[in-house]
Design a protein. Sequence first.
Length: 325
Amino acid sequence: MTDKQPRVSIIVPAYNAVGKIERCLRSIQNQTFSDFEVLVIDDKSQDNTVDIVRSIIDGDKRFKLICLKSNCGVAEVRNYGLSHFKGKYVSFVDSDDTIHPDFLKIMIDLAGRDNEVPLVSCRSYDCLDWKHVPTNWKINEEAKAEYYPLNSNFDYDKHYCATCWSSLYRSDIVKNLKFDKTLFVGEDTFFWAQALIVARGVKLIELPLYCYVHYPESTLHGQFDEKRYSEIIAWEKVIELFSNNNNVDFTGKLKGTVYTEYSTRLHDKYYLDVSGKYRKKLRQKALRCYTVLLTSPLSVKTKVGHFLFIVSPGLYKLSEKALNK
């Protein structure tokens, strides 16, 4: 890694990533845009992740391997990266995911020659497992990007990114931000919301440039427990963040769509909680949420759908497909 300030820094948290991280790092090495640095931060892996990383990045000065002395969790690992990156922009790539060869090129072009756009985001390509990762990843090169200012007309359902990855952040908007280490799920949702407020908007391109790979052993796919419930807390933190910020007009479509996203998570977690431990609490939260949705400028179909959940979660489940046609 050279002393010259790179245009982009990429933070890659790694923990027990054998069988996954090579594809991730190769996809970064194969970028058509080359002015970047990569901080691979190992969170005290118990397997051969470190050895694999060393063999892959050997001789590539754009990469730096950092080995933490104790296991901290992904939030703290990303925070470490935020304290040590040097780029004008920063992005995050999880060790089990990959990015399109033109990911950085397209994103940095959207940021502008003079780095005038503080937050750029793209869509993700979801894969059930690594066998479905595209080898010939074609994209629509004519896709256009649009800038969406953060105001009362911002559609959070359509224009937000649920994760910290698939985005490019200008260094000044994240210099005072941290990932919330108390959140096991949703810490990236909360981080992106914080960045959006500082940036005052986002430039979004409707292209899947980031490949998110689902693994059964991940936190998102395990048994419903307190860790997975923390996604609800993350969304409540997002609502509190918008509600208490004087620079955000948390009314109209913005408020309605944020509460819609929150309400949808409440529904999802209700059905995942087969033990029933959290169901009463989730329904109570959904009822309070609905009182907000009722006065929001949302479609009748959306309001009816959320009302059905309040009346009967079973009926709501049966009607989901019909309402979404």
